[in-house]
Design a protein around this ligand. Structure first.
Ligand code: IVH
Length: 671
């Protein structure tokens, strides 16, 4: 990027970040996920370090926080409330440590690490042991007097606890700083109650806590479950508190809750071990966290090292991999799925999200691309949670340069050249109607072998392509004709893996019928529908012979699905495939399904659960005879609310009067 280009980009980034910050800090609302904004800030900071003369006083990298809202008295902080510089990996921690060591040559430095809580910072002023004021961070220099509100928080002592170990701290002014947080479970409960009362749910615990503290009515604050966790103690005479370790020992004695995890560490290795430990364990914490705070333990040295910008040199925040980031759309191509659906897919500039590199994201269909206004060349926010397929959350049109291109759905299949069609005019998706389209064949075979279907180990995407390319198979049934001799001829197979794949395929000649039905890849037939069909029809023959109204009478199956099933079995091509399976001695095992505790019950889960992932939850529900649905419908019995639930599902459940339950209730149902 040359300077002219950089200048333009910097200006646009600044505007967007400022916009975000205004909403976030001043209005207590968020126009994008924090991680996405972080990613923009990171880009801006990088550009500014590359072109230092582009740094201006109004840059978000040079500024602390937004303005103070009217309504609360402004209070100047006796000592500035600083931020922390973010670091993202081992190397950045190592670089910080070596800077620290240079500043104190010869000494073996001690560090102090704590979990970074995701709430709002608050300073509490105690005079001769009595709480006289609570002040928000504000812009770091001036905060808001929220004393009346914070007094309602039970974990804030109205007077310091009298004790004999730290008598000095009870005299004069002691300023305790810490974080006001809302616990995840309280947040979920609060939202469940709001649903019941017909109020819209809150977005996340941090915004809810911040919004609550900004309420002008302390009664309302008292009703909200907020907690204060301390992390700092300031005295006029800095000698009173020699180390951070000392602070964390004194705070509980004075009546404050601190994180028990906080500890003194002595090396990069110990620090990284702490970071890794909490990377996994943080899910179990009561509050949200996105990182670890690491600071020099010795407070005199801490102060000596001073401040760079808005952060102390002697402390950093290690940030865990975000689940959102920004990147650019390099191209959009159309992928043809196994049922012929033509799906636009965005090719992204590779970006690390939640620990893995993301370079593609599905755009679902043409109207989705239009609705989100995603153009080739756009900067976009990409989201990825756990195993979930990455998705583009939104584009950022204000960063456009004018050279971005609109995506246009092609008229012909990019793989076989057949004209794309829409089954019905109102359908969202275009389809390639050619059943022998190579892309469809390949994906169909892969689907048949996939985990949820026949679960044939070793028959993944690349192997299927290799087999098709070598002309060894032409359809799904052909896999049963493969012999170790044939497989060994393929470049990727040595003797052992050829034998292994052969046995894996042969072991699946009589799969459970529901898996076989699902594996056929009939349009609209998911794992659950295949189970429902199995319960009703028991054998493949009776399913093949079923009439539309018989099919439509099965719970959970509508007209469209019923039609798709009849259509599938009436196509000569599919009839031929089924005959071929039969002649090769391949056929499903008839059903042996028994009733369970959840027989006849339909459940939907929204958000993530603490005790298991979605797939496990689905398996457990199904094992007890229940149905795991993906969206709330009239026949849904329970909507289970996990962390960060989707508001659409909750609204729908409320409209339909569906019972809304939390994770612990689900666990008792499953027990
Ligand atoms: S120590 C110089 N410890 O993170 C500030 N801060 O980005 C030293 N925070 O404004 C703060 N948990 O509100 C510290 N265990 C913790 C923290 C913590 C959350 C917040 C704090 C601060 C922000 C800095």
């Amino acid at each position: 990027m040359n300077k002219v280009q950089a200048k333009d980009r910097v200006a646009k980034l600044k505007d967007l970040i400022n916009d975000y910050r205004f909403h976030y800090h001043v209005l207590d609302e968020s126009i994008m996920d924090d991680a996405a904004a972080d990613s923009l800030k990171h880009e801006l900071a990088q550009l500014e370090s590359e072109f230092p003369d582009l740094v201006t006083a109004d840059s978000p990298t040079q500024r602390v926080a937004g303005g103070v809202l009217p309504g609360f008295k402004k209070v100047e902080h006796k000592r500035r409330m600083l931020s922390l510089s973010d670091v993202f990996g081992d190397e950045e921690v190592a670089a910080w440590i070596s800077r620290m060591q240079k500043s104190a040559p010869g000494d073996r430095l001690a560090y102090f690490a704590d979990i970074k809580m995701d709430g709002l910072a608050c300073a509490l002023i105690y005079e001769d042991g009595l709480l006289i004021r609570g002040v928000t961070r504000g812009d770091g220099f001036v905060g808001e007097d929220v004393t009346a509100n914070i007094r309602t928080i039970d974990s804030i002592p109205l007077a310091l606890r009298q004790q004999t170990k730290y008598p000095l701290l009870l005299k004069g002014v002691s300023e305790i700083r810490g974080e006001i947080v809302m616990y995840k479970r309280d947040f979920e409960q609060l939202n469940i109650e709001r649903q019941k009362q017909g109020q819209p749910p809150f977005a996340n615990p941090r915004n809810t806590a911040a919004g609550t503290i900004r309420q002008l009515d302390p009664n309302l604050v008292a009703d909200r479950p907020l907690h204060f966790r301390a992390y700092d103690l300031l005295r006029l005479n800095t000698e009173d508190v020699p180390t951070n370790d000392y602070v964390y020992k004194a705070l509980p004695d004075l009546g404050f809750s601190v994180n028990k995890a906080a500890t003194v560490l002595h090396s990069l290795e110990e620090i990284m071990e702490f970071v890794r430990l909490w990377q996994d364990n943080r899910k179990e914490l009561e509050f949200n966290t996105d990182g670890i705070v690491i600071k020099i333990n010795d407070r005199r040295l801490f102060d000596q090292l001073g401040v760079a910008g808005k952060a102390p040199r002697a402390a950093i925040a290690f940030k865990y991999a975000a689940e959102q980031s920004t990147t650019k759309v390099k191209d959009i191509f159309v992928s043809i799925g196994r049922t012929g659906n033509a799906t636009p897919v965005a090719v992204l500039e590779p970006v690390l999200i939640a620990g893995s590199v993301v370079q593609m994201a599905t755009l679902h269909n043409e109207s989705e691309v239009q609705r989100k206004d995603i153009r080739i060349g756009d900067t976009v926010i990409v989201h990825k949670a756990g195993d979930i397929i990455p998705e583009i959350v939104q584009s950022l049109p204000s960063l456009r340069k004018g050279k971005e291109r609109l995506f246009k759905m092609p008229a012909y299949c990019p793989v076989c050249g057949t004209k794309l069609v829409k089954q019905k005019a109102e359908d969202a998706a275009w389809r390639c109607p050619n059943p022998s389209c190579p892309s469809r064949t390949w994906k169909q075979i892969q689907h048949f072998a996939s985990k949820e279907a026949l679960d044939i180990e070793g028959l993944g995407e690349k192997t299927v392509i290799a087999l098709l390319d070598a002309g060894l198979i032409k359809d799904t049934a052909d896999i049963y004709k493969l012999t170790p001799d044939m497989l060994v001829r393929l470049e990727r197979f040595a003797g052992i893996s050829a034998n292994k794949l052969y046995s894996a395929i042969q072991a699946k000649k009589h799969p459970p019928i529901n898996r076989f039905i699902y594996g056929l890849g009939i349009r609209h037939i998911g794992v659950q529908t295949a189970i429902d069909l199995t319960k009703k029809f028991k054998s493949l023959e009776s399913l093949i012979n079923a009439k539309i109204d018989e099919l439509a009478s099965v719970e959970g199956i509508g007209e469209i699905v019923a039609e798709a099933i009849v259509e599938y079995f009436s196509e000569p091509r599919n009839q031929h495939l089924l005959a071929k399976f039969k002649s090769l001695g391949v056929g499903p095992e008839p059903a042996k399904m028994t009733g369970g505790e959840l027989e006849g019950k339909n459940l939907v889960v929204t958000g993530t659960l603490n005790s298991m992932n979605r797939e496990d939850a689905a398996d457990k529900i199904r094992a007890l005879g229940g149905r795991f649905q993906t969206s709330v419908a009239k026949d849904t019995d329970y909507l289970v609310i996990g962390n960060a639930p989707g508001t659409g599902k909750i609204t729908k459940a409320r409209q339909l009067g569906t019972q809304i339950i939390d994770e612990s209730t689900l666990l008792s149902l499953l027990d």
